[in-house]
Design a protein. Structure first.
Lengths: 114, 112
């Protein structure tokens, strides 16, 4: 069964540094998403991406964050000037065309800011 | 976005059928009901979704009454490995990029 893959599985970074989280969505999917989950809390929506542009974003997704689809297979989340409170699991998801298609999630990147 | 309410936790024993009910009183006409499963340190895994009546796949059944204000996820003969958090979500379909809004979910613990 095709799946969403994310790398790295765990990223440790010093506060203030930039990180790039990488995702390979399911190959024929056209809709891409980033979510995050702070330890012990709910899964929160960050951003959705379609046709090479952001479709929706939450209040969390401020100027510190950016997304990119640099080629035909990768989807990245960049976090600039990381803060301690950015420590969380970051999940990528993708969805096929069709309003009744579900989102499929990767297993996440655990980001630890020191 | 329709708000969902589900029990915080449930316990069951191996081999039993587990039913988790979710209420979504403000569901809109075009909304789908979707259930995900999440294990610790893993991403949510899609289980099943439906619009009305009953949907069944290889892992679960989803029962939706005619008024669609609630739904019940049924897991037949659970095993220890079914211990996880189960999320009920109501998903809009207008604008295919629509985000998912997760609640706190139901922590299902399967006991030996």
């Amino acid at each position: 069964e095709p799946e969403v893959t994310q790398t790295p599985s765990h990223q440790v970074t010093q506060m203030g540094q930039e990180v790039i989280l990488r995702c390979v969505p399911i190959s024929n999917h056209l809709y891409f998403y980033w979510y995050r989950q702070i330890l012990g809390q709910k899964v929160e929506f960050l951003v959705s991406f379609y046709n090479n542009e952001i479709s929706e974003k939450s209040e969390i997704f401020d100027d510190q964050f950016s997304v990119e689809r640099p080629d035909g297979s990768n989807f990245t989340l960049k976090i600039r000037s990381t803060k301690l409170e950015d420590s969380a699991m970051y999940f990528c998801a993708s969805k096929d065309t069709g309003s009744n298609q579900p989102q499929h999630f990767g297993d996440g990147t655990r980001l630890s800011i020191l | 976005l329709a708000k969902t309410t589900q029990p915080i936790s449930m316990d069951s024993y191996e081999g039993q059928e587990v039913n988790i009910t979710c209420s979504h009183n403000n569901i809109a006409t075009n909304d789908y009901i979707t259930w995900y499963q999440q294990f610790p340190s893993q991403g949510p895994r899609f289980i099943i979704q439906g619009y009305k009546t009953k949907v069944t796949n290889e892992v679960a059944s989803l029962f939706i009454p005619a008024d669609r204000k609630s739904s019940t996820l049924s897991l037949p003969r659970v095993s220890l490995s079914d211990t996880a958090v189960y999320y009920c979500l109501v998903r809009g379909t207008s604008g295919s990029a629509r985000q998912l809004t997760f609640g706190s979910g139901t922590q299902l613990t399967v006991l030996p």
